[in-house]
Design a protein around this ligand. Sequence first.
Ligand SMILES: *Cc1c(COP(=O)(O)O)cnc(C)c1O
Length: 454
Amino acid sequence: MHRHDASTEILTQAVIRYAVDRVRLDPPPLDGPHTVDDLRAMAGHTITERGIGGLEALRVFGDVLAPACISVDHPRFLSFVPAAPTEAAILFDLVVGASSVYAGSWMEGAGAVFAENEALRWIADLAGLPAEAGGVFVSGGTAGNLSALIAARWKWRHDAGGSHDRTRGLMIASSGAHSSVAQAGRAMDADVVTVPADADGRMHGEQLRATVAALEPADRERVFAVVATSGTTNVGVIDDLTGAADVADDLGVWFHVDGAYGGAALAAPSVRDKFVGVERADSFIVDPHKWLFAPFDCCALLYRDPRVAKAAHTQQAEYLDVLHDDDDWNPSDYAHHLSRRARGLPLWFSLATHGTQAYSDAVETTLRVAHEGAELIRASEHCELVVDPELSIVMFRRLGWTAAQYHEWSDAQLAAEESFVVATSWHGETVLRICLVNPLTTVDDIAAIVESLR
Ligand SMILES: *Cc1c(COP(=O)(O)O)cnc(C)c1O
């Protein structure tokens, strides 16, 4: 099983061929889900005592399983947050898998960790974080937010010298914040107080200040973090980061910025000024698997002062003691995890291959297509913009449609493999939302979708 023989060689060719062919598909089929019963009937028994052989397993994957997964990188996959990994990043993901790197510690993974940190440094520089800033790539924004907020609470308790060790913490976030912030609160058994966002879903400093002022004094003592979002997931607006940083300063608490989706636009000069204030963050996240063209799963988590994160997250165990002898950079110390894949390497390789200018250009392209698409919707008779797009999310309504009509249209589009666009809700109304992160999506793609809504 672990030997490389003639059959492994045949399998190697087949697997590499499959991967390269998939990367080359332009576009890939959109595909779509099947029921468990259908998949069972089509895939047959794959886990058997003797094995079905690699070529047969690959055939089942290619013929049955892969077509039952929607291609997130299809240019008309515009639901949720799509992905658009570069060819270089995807190909290097194969290399990362083949290299058996343990990227939790410097001792074991120094070379990989060094390269990951180069990519993190690029992001830290885009955000304007200081030279000492650093962090780690974690699985996604959910893990990034949780790890950052655990560090925030650790600092609050530490600074209180023990007096808050049994106090339930409280964080303040916008009503437009991602669901993972509330989820972090549940996981940490901490409270989340919500600041009402404005009509476009943006949190302003004054509202945040009013929310803080309305807290009971005992609750104000419990605040350990202010969370702002730089690119809300539903509509893509950026909170007033300077206002939020000011309030965090006044309270003397941690300032976390969730840029899982929108943080990538720091690379786009045309919108960079919307992010002013992010440089004051104590922690910041961005998901390269969203809009920085890396494959799943990849979230860059950065701390202004990584020592706090290290104090909060380092695991102590006898068998790990040899790793804590010196000042080595151990990625496992900076999040709620231990073993880890060098998941930042595909981003590093692609950045090294193409250079950062290509990233800026690609993000600018998606911004331009989103804005031109929005103009097209504005000019149409049957559709209407709900919010002017700030980044690359366009929210709009088909005039006169009920929720059922939206769902019917969306299902039919996917079944015909035309597009994948699902409805969302906005102030209680069912509307459509398209999210662009793929530079291969064109204005014509959006035009076709708008046309199909007639
Ligand atoms: C997508 C998103 C998350 C969650 O990221 P995952 O990678 O899906 O865990 C968190 N915050 C924001 C703003 C997001 O857009």
